[in-house]
Design a binder for this molecule. Structure first.
Ligand code: CP3
Length: 346
């Protein structure tokens, strides 16, 4: 099978014959095959068995014919070796037994050594590099999003403890940002060295911050991370939900792709960041529950906007959810390919 590099070509603004598409959380509970594996193995167990983890990563590529694979893992996996006692609890998400509260807690975090700490993950990437005929996307959680779990102790709506630490103990906050920044740089370098062709930094919950707080408490760390990864030579995608008010700062970052959700139009996002960046997004995943004609009309609208300038990757505005019908996900992928092929040959 020939290698399909449309995803990378589109990011580089080279000619494409169809719009590339992949879905955040494409490997997961929307697939019956995945739910079957989950009857026997937890997420963390799957991540420890490279052959199985590679299989779970490939499954949505086979099933839906998407143009990129995303490594099956979780943003909390590299946090555990730092000394954080994290578990991923079904139906809840990451739960931390020893949340970060003090400077001593942050200082106790040890640096990540991927070759020792994440052997199975790196082996999974090497297997995938052999087996995939589409690019493999590596990823990490961004410092704010990781810190929100590490400080709250689990998922949160309002991030009270997280923000309270920023405002009351800025030194502890910055020490945590520094440690997580180092971890992310080290981890991303090892993922790329072992075969990832692009990376995405998930800052899912960053939209909870004001522009000023982002500039003060988070932006310097993001700047450092992306500068630190610039030499890798792979495209860097930065994604967050609810980030319309932050894009004006994101455009100063050393990234190639801006990932947005449905709360902002692709046109609007481009008008803020300019034509230097590719954009990725931004279908509201709930459209997967709409009648086909409604889903197709919305996808066509996004493709039409995306194709107004070179540099577009179709994605959802946030992850696939467990009850998204599998056959509709396959149909949507086919529709995106067919519709964009027609548009591109006009
Ligand atoms: O297909 C893919 O996207 C790759 C795998 C992947 C997972 N998590 C697997 C997973 C990726 C990229 C993630 C990233 C992740 N994890 C994020 C950023 C993306 C986002 O959705 O905003 C966040 C915030 C997490 C933290 C996390 N882990 C949450 C909120 C949950 C859901 C809890 C629940 O059960 O509803 C998890 C668990 C998780 N990570 C699942 C999967 C497939 C589901 C539970 C499971 O199968 O055990």
């Amino acid at each position: 099978m020939t290698f399909n590099d449309t995803f990378l070509r589109s990011i580089r603004k080279e000619p494409i014959d169809h719009v590339p598409v992949w879905y955040m959380r494409q490997a997961g509970r929307s697939q019956a095959s995945y739910r079957k594996i989950k009857e026997k193995h937890s997420l963390m167990e799957i991540c420890e068995i490279p052959e199985l983890c590679a299989e779970v990563t490939i499954a949505p590529v086979r099933q839906h014919n998407v143009d990129a694979a995303i490594l099956y893992s979780d943003i909390m996996i590299p946090v555990k070796p730092l000394g954080i006692d994290v578990d991923i609890v079904a139906g809840i998400g990451p739960v931390i037994a020893n949340p970060i509260r003090t400077l001593a807690d942050v200082q106790a975090m040890r640096p990540l050594e991927p070759d020792n700490d994440l052997k199975a993950t790196l082996e999974t990437i090497r297997i995938l590099k052999q087996e995939l005929h589409v690019p493999l996307i590596g990823f990490a959680g961004a410092p704010f999003t990781l810190a929100s779990y590490m400080i709250e102790g689990g998922p949160s709506r309002e991030y009270h403890k997280t923000k309270a630490m920023m405002y009351t103990a800025p030194d502890v906050w910055q020490a945590l940002m520094d440690k997580l920044g180092d971890m992310i740089i080290t981890y991303m370098k090892s993922q790329v060295a072992n075969g990832c062709a692009a990376i995405q930094i998930f800052d899912s919950w960053i939209g909870a911050l004001s522009q000023d707080d982002y500039r003060r408490y988070v932006y310097p760390t993001m700047k450092r991370i992306f500068e630190g990864l610039a030499d890798l030579g792979v495209p860097k995608i930065y994604f967050g939900a609810n980030t319309g008010h932050l894009l004006d700062q994101w455009k100063e970052l050393n990234i190639e792709v801006v990932g947005v959700d449905w709360r902002i139009g692709l046109n609007q996002a481009r008008s803020i960041v300019g034509s230097k960046f590719a954009v990725q997004g931004n279908l509201d995943p709930v459209y997967l529950l709409a009648p086909k004609a409604v889903l197709e009309a919305e996808a066509a609208k996004i493709i039409d906007q995306g194709l107004e300038q070179p540099g577009f990757v179709f994605n959802l505005g946030h992850g696939l959810f467990p009850t998204a019908p599998e056959d509709v996900v396959t149909h949507l992928t086919q529709f995106i390919h067919d519709y964009s092929k027609r548009r591109l040959s006009e």
